[in-house]
Design a binder for this molecule. Sequence first.
Ligand code: 5AD
Ligand code: SF4
Length: 445
Amino acid sequence: MTMQDPKTYFIRTYGCQMNELDTEIMAGQLEKRNLTLAPDEESADILIFNTCSIRDLAERKVMGKLGQMGRSHKQHRLIGLTGCMAMAKKDSLFRKFPHLDFVLGTNNITDLGAVIDEALYTKKQVFRTEDKFEENLNYLDAKREDKVKAFVSIIRGCDKFCTYCVVPYTRGSEVSRPPESIIEECQQLISQGFKEITLLGQNVNSYGKDEPAWNCLFHDLLYRLDKIPGMGRIRFMTSHPVDITLDLMQAIRDLPSLCEFVHFPLQAGSDRILKKMHRIYTKEQYFEKVVNLRQIVPNVALGTDIIVGFPTETEQEFQETYDALKEIRYAISFIFTYSPRKGTPAIRWKDDIPEEIKLERLQRLLDLQIEISQEDRQTMLGSTVEVLVERFNRDGRHLKGRTRCWSKVIFEGDASLIGTFQRVKIHGYSHQTLVGELAPALIMV
Ligand code: 5AD
Ligand code: SF4
């Protein structure tokens, strides 16, 4: 290393879990090069924005931040931009932000070191944004933020092409990761003491379809992962309703490690809007899957994503979404107002629902979800649940963890319980959180 070599880094992450994982992988690569994490963004020699393009607001946050950092008062050796905005905007970012040193796409994370070297030594702006994901990423050196839970990528990209969504363009087509590589990483995580693994992909249910010779579809992979000695809990995110199979439902019922929670985005309750979104299912087909799933796994909890104010959505069509939420009773709903994205098919339709109507529809769904969640929490009072203890709660007094169905639980206890499974008896709740107390361990006879 020469005197001028950068010594510290900081990565600011926006967006989804896949981005959080990519940040951990990049941090691992930087630490291998003897860089250390800076205490804050300002003091970092290398500052990276790992960005999101899913909605306009996500992009605006980063653009605002970059705009404020002119080259004249630059305290960083290098400023880089990675993630979905790198793919959506490519080298046009350099024109807008002359002080940006590199742009690295979602399929080129392996090249981070080379791109940094090139930017440092040529002093030119460097960009690498290939369309196809190269399956040679080193996941094993990822620098994990958490000590109890870890994300594991199993498939990248998305082939579904919903008309509103940038992901097929920013993350490319579906590429599954070889099962042996996933199993090896999970084994390593277990030996490091991790208790919960969340399998990640834009559509995990497509796993293995692009590689028929592997003979390993998503549920096959789950059966293999469940067999790994010491496996605690397995979760997965996200699923496309069309690809949720009976095999998967049975796996959730039968595999001890696989949690009874399915994030199962409906997006809209009207068939006309679903068709316009290119979701490739009708409301009836979706409901059929929910009925099947609840028959096979009666205690399953469901999550959803909803978009309100999609172009031309009428009040009556919105009402169908409302009614669907009321009927299905999700444990958790992520509700968004439609945001037109450049490069997507939906951009050709006028964004004709006024912002105040979008916000009003959003609020009505939020209110409904709060009502449903409160009722559900009420029914939990007095019950005993299994909690994986993750950390101290923000109040510093309680420990915090989650049930198998992803409900947040706090209870009093000491640090030695972090990373263990505990039985907790629920006696109250506040906001989104169940409050309980340690229950005596079950005595096995
Ligand atoms: N506008 C609003 N919400 C969107 N999502 C994806 N694209 C858009 C968009 N253009 C939502 C979907 C998806 C979640 C990750 O983000 O509900 O499931
Ligand atoms: Fe954002 Fe979607 Fe990209 Fe994740 S995959 S970073 S949510 S645009």
